[in-house]
Every structure is written in structure tokens, then in C-alpha cells.
Design a protein around this ligand. Structure first.
Ligand code: AMP
Length: 217
């Protein structure tokens, strides 16, 4: 099965992507994870990408397309793939169509995780992480018993650097400006399936499976 998962920051893409690759046994291709790995390895590509990522900006198309093309050409993608975070722009979507034609593995379904703006703001700006045991809380939905202290280990709670309202606005603006045209491009091909991702995780997962199961070979 060849899937693309889309949705704004905070829609729960990461969680659903993990469950999808496990259930359907396909390769997970996350452009964000690939860039982070390049940065970790201090490669030339990583250094280039870092300048953009640090500002919440998109990495230029040529760089991103070349990286994902190379990954899609690897053997494990023959059993199916889940694209996560790519394509984010119209030129990337057009390039992807060419690449998948070349490798004879066209996209079969585009899963869109749909969440209201106010819910996203609460999910992202309310997220807190324990410095010590890395447990995740949310001050609106799953607050700790004592403010600022982890329930499990008593560690201090922190906030991710890019989980501020300002950074979220930049990320959502780029989704609106650059990624929504990609959704429109795919909608024309009739491949999109929308899921209400404003529900509890297990309910979202049930709806995701209901959308994907018919495509299983
Ligand atoms: P993500 O983990 O998907 O939120 O991606 C983190 C960052 O990596 C983004 O803010 C971009 O700077 C960069 N990035 C990931 N995927 C792409 C893409 N398809 N096009 C351009 N930049 C990307």
C-alpha cells in the first residue's frame, strides 16, 4: 500500500504514522526525520537544511526532492511506503508523481488529518515534557497534579522550543500557503480520505484503519 499522510502541526501525524507502518508493514518515509538524521550526522545536506529548519522555514524544493527520491528508490519501498511530511509544496507534489511513475509505485491514498485551529493551539502550546523521564503532558488536557512537576518522577517540566504560539503561527501559515494547494492538487485525482483528528487517539486510529483497510492487498 502506498500512502501519503497529511495534516498540520499538532494533528497527531507522528502517532498515526507509527501505527500505520506497524499494521500494514510498509516503509516510513518522514522527510523531517531524514533531515534531523542528516543534521545529527553533520552532513553537507544536514548543514544546509538546518539553516531553514531553525527558522521554521521549508528546506528548498531541489534539496528535499533529491533526498526523498533516493529514499523511494530503495528496495524496502517495493512493499509499500508511507510518506510523512513530503510533499509540502506543489513542485514537490509534481516531482513525486514523476518519481512514483518511474519506480512503478503510484500513490494510492492520501490520508488527511483534520483538526480545528483552536484545538491545535491547545495541543501545541499546552504540551509539556519532563526533563528527566521525557513523559508528555498537556496543561489543558492531561495536567500534572502539581504544576510544573512530573507525576511519575517529580522532574521539572519544560516546553519544546518550537511549541510557542509564534512558531505555531509560522508553521500553520506555511501549511495554509504552501500545503493546502497540494491538497487541492490531490483532491482532483480523487485519492483523498479525510479523518476527524480532533477525537481521542484510539477513535482517530479506528477511523484511519477504516479509511485504509479497503486499500490493503
Ligand atoms: P517535520 O518534522 O515534518 O515537522 O519537519 C521539520 C522541518 O523539516 C520543517 O519545518 C522543514 O524545515 C523541514 N522539512 C521537512 N519536510 C520538508 C519538506 N517536504 N519540504 C521542505 N522542508 C521540509
Amino acid at each position: 500500500m502506498n500512502i501519503l499522510i497529511m495534516g498540520p502541526a499538532g494533528a497527531g501525524k507522528g502517532t498515526m504514522a507509527e501505527r500505520i507502518v506497524q499494521k500494514y508493514g510498509i516503509a516510513h518515509i518522514s522527510s523531517g526525520d531524514m533531515f534531523r538524521a542528516e543534521i545529527g550526522g553533520k552532513t553537507e545536506l544536514g548543514l544546509k537544511a538546518q539553516e531553514y529548519m531553525n527558522q521554521g522555514l521549508l528546506v528548498p524544493d531541489e534539496v528535499t526532492i533529491a533526498m526523498v527520491k533516493k529514499r523511494l528508490e530503495q528496495d524496502d519501498c517495493k512493499n509499500g511506503y508511507l510518506l510523512d511530511g513530503f510533499p509540502r509544496t506543489l513542485p514537490q507534489a509534481i516531482a513525486l508523481k514523476e518519481i512514483t511513475e518511474q519506480i512503478n509505485a503510484p500513490l494510492e491514498v492520501i490520508l488527511i488529518l483534520d483538526v480545528e485551529f483552536d484545538e491545535l493551539v491547545k495541543r501545541i502550546t499546552g504540551r509539556r515534557l519532563c526533563k528527566d523521564c521525557k513523559s508528555i503532558y498537556n496543561i489543558f488536557f492531561t495536567p500534572t497534579k502539581e504544576e510544573g512537576k512530573c507525576d511519575k518522577c517529580g522532574g521539572e517540566l519544560t516546553q519544546r522550543a518550537d511549541d510557542t504560539v509564534e512558531s505555531l503561527k509560522v508553521r500553520l501559515q506555511s501549511y495554509e500557503n504552501q500545503t493546502v494547494p497540494v491538497l487541492e492538487y490531490f483532491a482532483e485525482a480523487g485519492l483523498t480520505r479525510k479523518v476527524n483528528a480532533g477525537q481521542a487517539i484510539d477513535d482517530v486510529w479506528n477511523d484511519v484503519q477504516a479509511a485504509l483497510d479497503p486499500f490493503q492487498k
